[in-house]
Each structure stands twice: as C-alpha cells, then as structure tokens.
Ligand binder design. Sequence first.
Ligand SMILES: Nc1ncnc2c1ncn2[C@@H]1O[C@H](COP(=O)(O)OP(=O)(O)OP(=O)(O)O)[C@@H](O)[C@H]1O
Ligand SMILES: [Mn+2]
Length: 536
Amino acid sequence: MMMRRDRLFLVATLTAIFSADLYFILLPKLESVRHGPGRWCSCRPDNFTIPRLGGLTTPQLSNRTSLQPVDNIMTEPVTEGSKLEKLFAHPLYNIQTPGLTPEERLLEAKQLMEYYKRKASRWERHMKLYSEAAAASNITVSKHKVTFDSDANWLKFHLGINRYALYSRDDPAIGKLLRDMQNMTVIGADYTQDEKALKGACDCTQVVKPSGHHLKLALKMQNYAKAMFKPMRQQRDEETPEDVFYFVDFQRHNAEVAAFHLDRILDFCRVPPVAGRLVNVTGEVLHVTYNDDLRAVFFVSPANNTCFFAKCLYVCKTEYAVCGSPHLLEGSMAAYLPSLSIAPRISIPNPWIRSYTFTRKEEWEVNPFFCDNVKQLYPYNSGNRLLNIIDMSIFDFLTSNMDRHHYEIFTKFGDEGFLLHLDNARGFGKHSKDEMSILAPLSQCCMIKRSTLLRLQLLARPEYRLSDVMRESLQRDLLQPILTEPHLLALDRRLQKVMRVVQRCVRRLGEDKVVTKDFARYTAKPQAATKTIKVR
Ligand SMILES: Nc1ncnc2c1ncn2[C@@H]1O[C@H](COP(=O)(O)OP(=O)(O)OP(=O)(O)O)[C@@H](O)[C@H]1O
Ligand SMILES: [Mn+2]
C-alpha cells in the first residue's frame, strides 16, 4: 500500500512536470508558429536547456530548451491580474498528492484532542492557583475568558501536517490561523522552552546567544493557539552594517513573516505560518504573564514607553530592550508546531554549518570537494536528504540567512521526512549583498531537484516574477509593507544567481547528473497507472 502511494506520488510529480514541459515547450512553439519566427527564439548557443529526465521509468520529455535565457526574460510582455493567483494555478503548483495513510500523517485527531483537553484543564487549574496568589501579592493579572474549541484553526493546522509538507496551500484553516494570530485575544505570555532551559546564560566561547540579543516569547491565545512572538528590533529600511557578524545580527520580525511567504511561493510549505501583529506589550504580555522572571524584565522608559529586555544573568542592558510606543510593538507571530511530547522532532547540525566564532573556518569553506565527503555519510548517502538541504540553501540564499546552524525533522517521518525551515529571523539583513557562500551546498554538490528548478524557472519569468508575487503576497499581512523595495528586487537578482550556478554545473557535469528526479528512491520501480492523478 505504502509503495503504491509512493508510486502514485511519483506519477503525480511526473505528470506535473510533463504539464510544465507542455507549458514551457509546446505552447511557446505553437505561439512562435502563430507569430512568425523570432519571437520565442531561444537559439543562442549558450542557452541553458532543461535536462531530460533520466532513468528507466520516467517519460521522455522534450530535450529542447525550456529555460529562458536569463538575460532576456525580463523583457517579455507582462500580463494583467493577480500574478500570485496565476502562479498558484499553474500545473506545477497543483500536484495533487494521493490520499494519505495514517502513517503519513503526523497526528491522529483522537490523540490531539486528548492532548488539548489535558492542556486546557491544566491551564484552568494553574490560572486558579495563580490568580489567588497574584491577588494576595497585589499583582495585576488580566483574566480573559478561554474557549475550548474543537474546531480551532490551530488544531486543523496540526492535523494537516504530513510527511510531505507542513500544510496544504488550499487549506482554508491556514489563512484563518494567520488571522487568529493577528487579532485573537492573548491570554498568556511566557518565555519559550529553549529560553527557559538557557536561563539567560550564554556560552561565551560561542557567540550564538549574546546575552540580551535574543528576545522571543510564547503567546497563548483565547482558544489555546500558541505563537512564537519575535518583537521588532530594526526598522525595515535599516541595513545590517558591513562589520557586523551574522551571528550577532538582529533577529528581524519582518524576515520571519517574509520567509513564510517566500517558502509558500516556492511551494515548499516547510515554514510554520507566520503573521505580523501589533502587540500591546503591557496588556498582551505584562498583564497576562504568570512568570515572575518575565514580569521582572519590564520597565518604563524615560519616554514613558513600556519596555522589556531579554532574560540575562549577568548584565541587563537597557540598550537591548524593546519598547512599545508607548505600548504597541510590532512583532512576528509564528504558529507553534505540535508539542514535542506528541510529535517529537530532532535537531540535526547542518553539514554546511558556519563557525560561530570570529576566526575559525569550517571544512566546507576550505575544501571545494566537501560535498563528496557528505555524500558518503548517512543520511546524505541515500534518499533525498541532500536534495532537501540544497532546497534549504536556495531558500536561505534568497533571504540571505546565514544562520542555519541546525535543521529539524519530525522523527515520525524518518529520513525521508521534509526539513523544517524554522527560524528565519536573520534573513533580509542586507539587500545590496548576495552572500554566495550560502549556496555552497548547491554549488559544491551540483545537484538540484527538478521540481525545484522548474519552479525557480517559473518565478524568473516576468508573468510570475518572484519580487512581484512576493510583494503581492506580503500585502496581505497586517504589517505591510513587510519588505522594502530593495529587498524585493534583491530576490530577483539572487534568483538569477541561483540559476547561473545551476547552469555552470550543467555545463560541467551534464544535465542528467545535475537535475535530479525527486523521490529518487523510487525510480527503479515500474510506473503506476496515471488515472487517479489530477493535475489542473
Ligand atoms: N513555530 C515553532 N513551533 C514550535 N517550536 C518552535 C517554532 N519555531 C521554533 N521553535 C523551536 O524553538 C527553538 C528556537 O527558535 P528560534 O531558532 O526561532 O529562536 P532563536 O532565538 O534564534 O534560537 P537559536 O539561537 O537556538 O536559533 C527552535 O530550535 C525550535 O526547536
Ligand atoms: Mn536562531
């Protein structure tokens, strides 16, 4: 059964790829017949041509070019209407996954409801005890009504997580969850689990967490939805100065929001939903926290604004604080993933990890053949884990996030599970610089999933231009504009650079070696029937 589904999925992918070929190759050809020679001419000798799918079981696609020459694609006519809607209506974005087996879903509804009930009753108990204690010591704590809602959007998000993605773009619960995070009453605020474990300390040999720089909170909403709140630290138009190391750079709330939108536009769906919110730090944090440590870091600034700084054992510098104006503060709200107690995840060091010190270099930075070593190592020696790392590096290059020290996967899905793209707050720091080293997994391994490449090609075309679809997508956020124009335009420039890296690899190694079939593990199996697959 499991194998049949995998085969169906493979066929679905191939059908979509075939549709894309039709779209890119046949239609342009027909057009060129209609309009006479020259209009779609892609006959320059150095044209990059989209590779044929290799392998025994895959249909022979056209071996003619389907990638526009990178330097003339921007001059084609632009069509009217919503580019984003058109992008999402494209066959490449409508690969329908076959029905999921229980093993392919992260959670069972019954298990999740039991967890939710336990959580709700624990919360009510704590609230009662805490309110009594707070009244006795004259502390202001707002009491809000909590609602147990078995139809809550966050539950639907959790139930939708499966071995292929965190959510489906068509799932109406995701849009509703974004709205919940934007305006639902906050009933509780606390430090996040990892902050609690850290207890404000920092390891001074590693500068990953310079005391006071990390500032994030877990906010609980009226229906028990939980979000990770990262407050605004930097204005949208401020660029990270040249001399600032990436690991002491600010965390940017707008980068978290933008990364969610970009991940969805790339059709990865590996970033949890993130929405921007104006948070009242007095009413929605200070007055709803039951944590004395958190309350203790609040103060009122000389300008009469409510501020708070990160937990810190040694020095609590007010320069590190964030302040409301006088109470309202922008921030990102990232939907929480299911608790580790019901959906364990593991955190794995990125093979292309950077040194978090001022001087040391990692092996990948000095050894151009580093990827050959990685390819020998489990779990990068089989399946598509390495291809997933390469997807992640493309994503990080586009946002210019150098802080991908670890990645997480759900243990339930094992080695074939997708990689979670958590923590994107260090992206979008400099729009004028493209950090090519972030692409090292792609440039050193010279491999890319065909489905990823096809989508990148689409986003390089004027009718789906990445900056345009991003601008449109981000306009839906309450805190729009999320990215300044230079950051949006940098996306187009970086996309071209990704394509050029792929072109170079293809010239060096040939298409069949570089552009890899997705779901490589299953290619030796004969094909299943296509009739159950719907591709719009
Ligand atoms: N949406 C989420 N739901 C649940 N847990 C999350 C979510 N996002 C992040 N986490 C967990 O919290 C940890 C810290 O989050 P994040 O990396 O965003 O913050 P950080 O302050 O940059 O921490 P670090 O320095 O460890 O990277 C993550 O490693 C992850 O395990
Ligand atoms: Mn981080």
